[in-house]
Structures are given as structure tokens and as C-alpha cells.
Design a binder for this molecule. Sequence first.
Ligand code: ADP
Length: 162
Amino acid sequence: MSKIAICPGSFDPVTLGHIDIIKRASKMFDKVIVAVLVNPGKKPSFSITERMELLREVTEELDKVEITSFNGLLAEYAKEKNAVAVVKGLRAVSDFEYEFQMALTNKKLNPELETIFLTTSAKYMYLSSSMVKQVASFGGDISDFVPACLYDKIYNRLKGEV
Ligand code: ADP
């Protein structure tokens, strides 16, 4: 049976840190479902459709990767998709407490589902979507942070955004 993993997140917008985790997950699993989280509480810079389009463009060459979006409980979504694991990236201790709580909650809701944490690659340790937003909004160069093929789309949207 093929082993399926889910990489969930906001991806608002996708960064090189995300791509690193997605690529590494796809070496470990037969299929990786990247699931863009619909979070009505947050005001995003990119719509769900736009975020999925950006992800599709940059993962086009990765055969094992599928881009989707989801609403509701990750534990349920994983069941629906027959996923055996959730793969998340861990940047710093500050990520840990929340992620640990989420992993335990998901385990309670779906005992078959494992959460796997991949240590961030050192060069992306400080990288987050919100950092990209801040730098671009002030007109800074984000070429070390986002995929080159998406630079213009991401930069033009974020520049001047407060
Ligand atoms: P962000 O904090 O950038 O908004 P998301 O909610 O979109 O992140 O994150 C989706 C997943 O990608 C999470 O598991 C997150 O820990 C991981 N991730 C994001 N940026 C990095 C990075 N620079 N290194 C490793 N993992 C990362």
C-alpha cells in the first residue's frame, strides 16, 4: 500500500523553507499532499486559490506532490485522504510547544496518524511567510526567501502592503 503524507500550512505565500520540507517529505513517502489551510480567522495576503496556484507552479516537476486545500480538522482530512503521517517543519523552540500540542491532539482524534517533525535546514531557520511579507512590504529583496519563478508574483502583491 502506498504511504501518503500530508504537509499542512498556510503557505501565505510559499517560501523556500516550505519547499525544502515538501521535497524532503517526498523522499520519504510515496505521495505528499500539500494542504493549504482555510483559516477564516486570518486575513491573508493571497487567496486560497492563489496560494494553491503558486504551490502548483513551484512543485510542477515533483510527481509525488499534490496540492489541495482543506477546511476543518486535519485528523479527519488525513483519514479521508488515507494519509499515515503529517509532516511538519520545526524551526526553533518557539515552534515546538504549539506543534507538540497539535500533534498530541491529532493523535487523540486519529490514533493511526503519526506526526513527523523535520528539522529545518539551517539556512531557512529564520524564514517564515510573515518575514517575507514584512521585508517585501518595505521594498526589500526577497530573492533568498521565495522560489525564483514566483518572485514577481509574490513581490508585486506584497510591496506596499502594510
Ligand atoms: P509560516 O510560519 O511560514 O506561515 P506555515 O503555517 O505556512 O508557515 O507552515 C507550513 C509548514 O511549513 C509548517 O510545518 C512549518 O513549520 C513549516 N515551515 C515553514 N517555514 C519553514 C522553514 N523555514 N523551515 C522549516 N519548516 C518550515
